[in-house]
Write a protein that binds this ligand. Structure first.
Ligand SMILES: [Zn+2]
Length: 246
């Protein structure tokens, strides 16, 4: 059994078909991350309807830039009220590819800190996004006392080693199949800190990823790490079950 620890199921049209297809391909659990108010609502619905789906609640750093203060306040209120539905806060973090000005960066940092506080208060782990801001993201996480999952972390060797030393988890996805640099980084992560993700429906090479692609990711990692698929499957599933308490 495989677990996709990071996908965005609310962005798919046919959720029933998707769950069926995942089950047929040994992907029995999907952890769907939220990006804004509507996606939080949808993911809560899905997690109630399907045993195979768990939800993370949070505001994505890129979405935050598009939101007015009032909308952010309403969303944070909603998140707090529905926190019991979530297995983690996510997808939260910073994205300096999208945030260009100091004002935009500060807006993301403020909301990241706020969501980390909520996670800590509710003893929940966090699923983090840190594109083009890996070092800064680790810096902001240094005061956080809960468990951390770095999604699609593409930092340099030094930041990866720093995160490994702090026992942060890493979820790696289909980029290992298409990007040799990212594959090399993924291979350097110890198995006891590794999980599988797809970030679906993100596109890779013009093809829309689906949660069951975690098996392809596991196959690639097994081949490159020189270990069995079974070992990757069992350890990443165990890591995910313990991390999310599922
Ligand atoms: Zn994502």
């Amino acid at each position: 059994m495989f677990i996709d620890v990071h996908c965005h199921l609310e962005m798919f049209k046919d959720i029933n078909g998707l769950v069926k297809e995942s089950l047929l391909n040994q992907t029995q659990k999907m952890i769907s991350s939220s990006v804004d108010f509507n996606s939080m609502k949808k993911n809560i619905e899905f997690s109630k309807k399907f045993d195979e789906i768990e939800c993370c609640l949070g505001l994505h750093p890129s979405n935050i830039l598009l939101m007015k203060e009032k909308e952010i306040d309403l969303s944070i209120d909603f998140l707090k009220k529905n926190i019991h539905c979530a297995v983690a806060l996510g997808e939260i973090g910073i994205d300096f590819k999208h945030a260009k000005t100091t004002e935009q960066k500060e807006k993301q940092i403020k909301l990241y800190k706020k969501q980390l506080e909520i996670a800590e208060k509710n003893v929940l782990p966090v699923v983090t996004h840190s594109r083009f801001a890996e070092k800064k993201s680790l810096e902001l996480l240094s005061d956080f006392k809960g468990k951390v999952l770095l999604h699609w972390f593409d930092g340099n060797k030094k930041t990866i080693l720093d995160a490994i030393r702090k026992k942060y988890f890493f979820s790696v996805g289909p980029a290992v199949i298409y990007n040799p640099d990212y594959l090399a980084k993924a291979i350097s992560i110890p198995l006891n800190l590794l999980m599988l993700e797809t970030d679906s429906p993100v596109e890779f090479n013009g093809e829309t990823a689906k949660p069951f692609w975690v098996k392809k990711v596991a196959e690639k990692l097994a081949k490159e790490k020189g270990i069995s698929l079974k070992e990757i499957e069992e350890q990443t599933t165990k890591n995910a079950e313990e991390f999310f308490s599922i």
